[in-house]
Write a protein that binds this ligand. Structure first.
Ligand code: NAD
Ligand code: UGA
Length: 458
């Protein structure tokens, strides 16, 4: 079959895989290929057991794979054949040298740019899907054209706004699709071609266009604003605990002001995930680089409050349980950084688990999808941690439960049964405020929510 377009995506991760699966699913006339240097991951994308858990993803992949969706390791061949190349490689925080701990590590991204420059034999539209520092497209253009080829490359910015756990819905019904381009004839033509792809299923008014730098920067700013809301509400949760105010009541009251809005006001153990911290630190680094230290300090405080919130949670566990956790069994309900994903990158659970181990507690970790990753995150601690998928079994004989991930299943467990199986006094620390605290207290638990008065029997 002759396809209308050949689309390639370099990087088959949490973004590349689902995003391309959605394009292929919605546009049967385009051939969509996803490549990666990780052959195990590609084999997994080609199997019945996909490398990531995402509700609804299996159906979308099954619907298009082999028809017009392909996963491959043949990077050179696929670059040659592609008309449009999305780059969706990882851009983690740099861990070495200048900017360590703050700046984005662009080595994977640069390697991709060089490969495209080396292998391309015909004009290509290059789409930045990865989250990148503002003005990266310029560096991309310079690398691509440094080989002295006559091939024309047009670099677009098309940041991804999907959230894990709801990726399929986010891709199918995005609030907006953002495309940044150069305002030249070539740039605008390439932009229109990308608009046409999304217009196959996204209403035109939700596809917005801008210059390249605003598009790149908007992605960092969107994540910074979302994270800032969480840090704001979390900072107030600490005050609520001191004053007998209730964070849920406060969030409701402020969220009903349409100027504030009610989303992203759930107080928690702190935000996790591979991007919020990394992207804010990137913004901080950029601001400092331009000498904007006040702006940098402002955004850095969002990360500091987040760390404070997670630390506060563990400290509260320690002081509430009579200042010692030595030899006590503590069960973590959830390890993923949020519900409906198996991803544990930057999950607050990692810090919490390590601190509890430091206090010489014995840990039991339960999670419906993230135990495999949890074992990797906590490797080296095998003698202090056990992993049990069934929450009833996991809680058995424990002194305390800490709810770390807001999985729905934890809302509807039989807590009387759990209480009976635990050591007494039994403690529950609800790091997500998803449980019925009054009811737990009636059962006999000592209950410690976030941003609300504790309910104790002593
Ligand atoms: P990921 O680590 O899951 O996937 C990246 C993939 O790129 C990996 O499989 C890696 O093997 C591959 N890769 C690296 N170098 C390569 C190369 N030279 N050639 C081929 N493949 C290569 O990362 P992710 O979570 O998908 O994130 C990708 C980008 O998207 C990041 O910039 C991130 O900030 C951004 N983003 C992520 C999310 C999210 O929810 N995870 C959402 C929006 C944006
Ligand atoms: C986030 C953004 O929501 C996406 O738009 C963006 O594309 C993505 O980052 C990215 O660039 O990687 P994600 O991290 O997958 O998506 O998930 P979120 O739903 O944003 O949750 C992030 C963290 O904040 C989780 O740990 C979650 O539990 C926590 N959170 C969220 C709260 O603590 N309170 C809230 O009210 C909302």
């Amino acid at each position: 079959m002759k396809f209308e377009k050949n689309i390639l995506c370099i990087g088959a991760g949490y973004v590349g895989g689902p995003t391309m699966a959605m394009i292929a699913y919605k546009c049967p006339l385009y051939k969509v290929t996803v490549v990666d240097i990780d052959s195990t991951k590609i084999a997994s994308w080609n199997s019945d057991s996909l490398p990531i858990y995402e509700p609804g993803l299996d159906e979308i992949v099954e619907g298009a794979r082999g028809r017009n969706l392909f996963f491959s390791t043949e990077i050179e061949k696929e670059i040659k054949q592609a008309d449009i190349i999305f780059v969706s490689v990882n851009t983690p925080t740099k861990t070495f040298g200048s900017g360590a701990g703050m700046a984005a590590d662009l080595q994977y991204w640069e390697k991709t740019a060089r490969e495209i420059g080396q292998y391309a034999e015909s004009p290509k539209i290059i789409v930045e899907k990865s989250t990148l520092p503002v003005r990266t497209a310029l560096a991309m253009e310079r690398i691509l054209t440094s080989n002295d080829t006559r091939v024309h490359f047009e670099v677009l910015s098309n940041p991804e706004f999907l959230a894990e756990g709801s990726a399929i819905n986010d891709l199918e019904n995005p609030d907006r699709v953002l495309i940044g381009s150069r305002q030249t004839e070539h740039g605008l033509r390439a932009r229109d071609e990308l608009v046409e792809i999304y217009a196959n299923w996204v209403p035109r008014e939700r596809i917005i266009t801008s210059d390249t730098w605003s598009s790149e920067l908007s992605k960092l700013v969107a994540n910074a604003f979302l994270a800032q809301r969480i840090s704001s509400i979390n900072s107030i949760s600490a005050l609520c605990e001191k004053t007998d105010a209730n964070i849920s009541e406060v969030a409701k009251a402020i969220g009903m002001d349409s100027r504030i809005g009610n989303k992203f006001l759930n107080s928690s153990v702190g935000f996790g995930g591979s991007c919020f911290k990394k992207d804010i630190l990137n913004l901080v680094y950029l601001s400092r680089n331009y000498g904007l230290h006040e702006s940098a300090d402002y955004w850095e405080s969002v990360v500091r409050i987040n760390e404070y919130q997670t630390k506060r949670f563990v400290l509260n566990m320690l002081t509430s349980m009579f200042n010692t956790l030595v030899g006590k069994k503590v069960c973590l309900f959830g390890f993923a950084f949020k519900a409906n994903t198996g991803d544990t990158r930057e999950s607050p659970a990692i810090y919490i688990a390590k601190r509890l181990i430091e206090e010489k507690a014995e840990l039991v970790v339960t999670d419906p999808k993230a135990l495999k990753n949890a074992k990797i995150d906590l490797s080296g601690n095998e003698s202090n941690v056990s992993y049990i998928e069934d929450p009833y079994e996991a809680a058995k004989g424990c002194h305390a439960i800490a709810v770390v991930t807001e999985w729905d299943l934890y809302r509807s467990l039989d807590y009387e049964r759990i209480y009976r199986s635990m050591m007494k006094p039994a403690f529950i620390f609800d790091g997500r405020n998803i449980l019925d605290h009054e009811r737990l207290f009636e059962i006999g638990f000592n209950v410690f929510p976030i941003g609300k008065s504790k309910l104790t029997h002593f």
